[in-house]
Write a protein that binds this ligand. Structure first.
Ligand code: RTP
Ligand code: MG
Length: 147
């Protein structure tokens, strides 16, 4: 089953939006298989956002993502990567459709609440940055057969 790395960024934790964000993923029918509240280290942040190392906003991005606790998670489900990207919405909340997390709850690109892996390859890479294999659960849920 496909897995994706999802992270509620420091702004989402500070604004008290953890509960309502998680509710959207659960309601969609995805399965939470790993989760921890943690402060991202500089080394983890550099690895996680390595594709943006040359961008002008990179230092700001690193400063933001390491500025306070995040909720790091792995969600599992059929086509979990694209499904979660759709739930999250476009990078710039101004362009994110109403009904998406960023479209409903965020205003600015720099504080867009949540990260979701952009491909299956990225997901595998990112999960390994934040989780040991033993921290990722494998279990069946009675509801699996109903979604
Ligand atoms: P993320 O990786 O955080 O899930 O976001 P994303 O895929 O939608 O966007 P991405 O292009 O990967 O950018 C990563 C994060 O960098 C910040 N950003 N700032 N100032 C800017 O032009 C700019 N562009 C991107 C955003 O916080 C974005 O989520
Ligand atoms: Mg990205």
């Amino acid at each position: 089953m496909e897995k994706t790395y999802i992270m509620i960024k420091p702004d989402g934790v500070q604004r008290g939006l953890i509960g309502q964000i998680l509710q959207r993923f659960e309601a969609k029918g995805l399965k939470l298989v790993a989760s921890k509240l943690m402060v991202v280290s500089k080394a983890q942040a550099e690895k996680h956002y390595q594709e943006h190392v040359e961008r002008s906003f990179f230092p700001e991005l690193l400063g933001f993502i390491t500025s306070g606790p995040v909720l790091a998670m792995v969600w599992e489900g059929d086509q979990a990567v694209v499904t979660c990207r759709n739930l999250i919405g476009k990078t710039n909340p101004v362009e994110a459709a109403p009904g998406t997390i960023r479209g409903d709850l965020a205003l600015h690109t720099g504080m867009n609440l949540i990260h979701g892996s952009d491909s299956v390859e990225s997901a595998e890479r990112e999960i390994a940055i934040f989780f040991e294999q033993s921290e990722v659960q494998s279990y069946t849920k009675a509801a699996d057969q109903w979604v």
